[in-house]
Write a protein that binds this ligand. Structure first.
Ligand SMILES: Nc1ncnc2c1ncn2[C@@H]1O[C@H](COP(=O)(O)OP(=O)(O)OP(=O)(O)O)[C@@H](O)[C@H]1O
Length: 252
């Protein structure tokens, strides 16, 4: 079942001096429910721009984005935050947890904003904390736990609203290799449970764990790799795609 449809999206930024930058030239792809997708591309290729658009944090210049049939352009501005809370979960490179409150309160934050009762919040957290292995640190503050544990709490915060789509921006970027592997194992587990995930990453290892990898180059989808089964090792193919993109650039 199709959950996300991105159609002929173009994004042009206007600089203060009047020059325009075409960050996305023409992007189209669809995502089925339960897919685990990695987006790769060199610095400046348009990955963050695309993620911001998928997050409904930025407008398209042309084209459209539909999540569960809802066209972002038809959502009133005062409804956008509620739409994001309901449908999207975010995982960032630097965790984005508030240091002044406990991990538990950080995780509850999207539910507090949605006026959910404490009883219901606790019930939702119970199962999730078990899956993420963070039950024993819920009362701690972010600065009292490791980066890997902070990222697990951030994943719990992203999942607590049961969003249709998780958007992750370099989620392993600030983690040591063991914590990064644990996070990737966690994403694999969420994927097996049916969660739809889109992850922007520079890491070949991280991307190789996804079921499909989209390569962005100069604001367009340049190529893609689709696994036939999740056990397939696509590391070599990803390296080849990356070197092909670099070779193409050096001949221009
Ligand atoms: N707010 C902005 N105003 C003007 N130009 C911008 C703006 N944001 C991004 N750009 C430009 O758009 C292009 C795509 O940038 P984007 O940040 O999406 O790339 P990226 O692939 O995420 O890069 P990185 O991997 O370094 O984060 C770049 O040329 C960038 O300079």
């Amino acid at each position: 079942m199709e959950i996300l449809k991105v159609q002929n999206v173009k994004k042009v930024y206007q600089s203060r001096r009047g020059a325009s930058v075409e960050a996305l030239v023409d992007i189209s792809f669809t995502v089925n429910k339960g897919e685990y997708i990695a987006i790769m591309g060199e610095s400046g290729s348009g990955k963050s721009t695309l993620l911001n658009i998928l997050a409904s944090l930025d407008d398209v210049t042309e084209g459209e984005v539909k999540l569960e049939g809802v066209n972002y352009q038809n959502i009133e501005n005062d409804q956008l935050a509620a739409f994001r809370r309901k449908h999207l979960g975010f995982v960032f490179q630097d965790f984005n947890l508030l240091d002044q409150i406990s991990l538990k309160d950080n995780i509850f934050l999207p539910l507090v904003l949605a006026d959910v009762s404490l009883k219901e919040m606790n019930a939702k957290l119970k199962g999730l904390a078990g899956i993420l292995g963070i039950e024993h640190i819920l009362e701690k503050y972010p600065y009292e736990v490791s980066g890997g544990q902070q990222q697990r709490a951030a994943v719990a915060r992203a999942l607590i609203t049961a969003p249709s789509l998780i958007l992750a921006d370099e989620p392993t970027g600030a983690l040591d290799s063991r914590s990064a592997q644990e996070l990737l194992d966690l994403f694999a587990k969420l994927h097996r449970a049916g969660q739809t995930i889109i992850m922007v990453t520079h890491s070949v290892h991280a991307a190789s764990k996804a079921g499909r990898v989209l390569f962005i180059k100069d604001g367009k989808i340049n190529s893609e790799i689709h696994k036939t089964n999740m056990d397939e090792d696509i590391t070599q193919q990803i390296f080849e795609m990356q070197s092909a993109a670099v070779a193409k650039r050096s001949t221009v």
